[in-house]
Design a binder for this molecule. Structure first.
Ligand code: ZN
Ligand code: ZN
Length: 143
């Protein structure tokens, strides 16, 4: 999770500093953070693009991690995604269809539908409360 938090610091949208890494067979396959699509201006350059209270300029960290795998032709099926926050519903649906089998997240996000979709699809959801204790056992990168 500390690597995931490090990745999150690269986010270019300060409304959501989220980082994600996809791990399979004890290897980090890809990383992602919130940011604009490649080649387009970022929020920290041109400001947010707000619609209905959300900044829609960026791809989410989980989406960028999955897309990086597609870009490089790497299968993430059977892998685990570590995220600094709970995935939203769109990311949950992408996680399901990317074949990921486990989500380990730290911060919360108020999206009960996302949690319900993941659990109905059989994706394990593991919440780590990093605010309780930094010495709490963290699941090994064993996916
Ligand atoms: Zn933004
Ligand atoms: Zn999302």
């Amino acid at each position: 999770m500390s690597i995931t938090q490090q990745v999150a610091t690269r986010s270019t949208c300060d409304r959501a500093q989220v980082g994600a890494i996809i791990v399979k067979d004890r290897r980090i396959l890809t990383t992602g953070y919130n940011g604009a699509p490649a080649g387009l201006p970022h929020c920290d350059e041109v400001g947010h693009l707000m619609i209905d209270g959300h900044c829609v300029r960026t791809l989410h960290a989980e989406q960028n991690a999955i897309l990086q795998a597609a870009l490089h032709g790497v299968s993430v099926a059977g892998g685990t995604v570590y995220v600094t926050h709970q995935p939203c519903l769109t990311c949950a649906k992408m996680i399901i269809n990317a074949g990921l089998v486990r989500v380990v997240y730290a911060g919360t996000y108020p999206d009960a539908n996302a949690r319900a979709f993941l659990s109905q699809a059989g994706v394990a959801l593991v919440h780590i409360d990093l605010s309780v204790s930094q010495s709490a056992p963290v699941p090994a990168l064993d996916a």
